[in-house]
Design a protein around this ligand. Sequence first.
Ligand code: FES
Length: 139
Amino acid sequence: MTLSIESPASAGSEPVRLMVCTTCRAAGADADAPRPGAQLLAALGEALMADADARVRLVVEPVECLSVCKRPCTVSITAPGRWTYVYGDVDPAAHAGPLVAFAAQYQATADGLVPWRERPEFIRKGVVARIPPLVRAAP
Ligand code: FES
């Protein structure tokens, strides 16, 4: 399942990709319990549909394992020419809306570097890795 939303305000810009691990299990959860990543995907879909004024061109994609398996939910955010970040401990029940807002902050930068104090607290605490831009943005 791939979710996407594009707002008129961001038409023509490169989309931000938000990847959500759908294979993590919550600690102590039953084998047949819903996976946190699936819950986050559903919450992101609801947040995107509810935010008619979203100022981000965002593509949300499920992925299998970001190698942060003990810190569900795990997500990664990236876009051409920008730093890529991996985050853990994202709460599907609380962080979908703030994650969409953070994606808009991220897209508004030239390099993906949102000033530390402007990042949501769960983003500041949950960072696992940051990776330099792999592909430069088109001139
Ligand atoms: S299974 Fe989700 S990060 Fe590995």
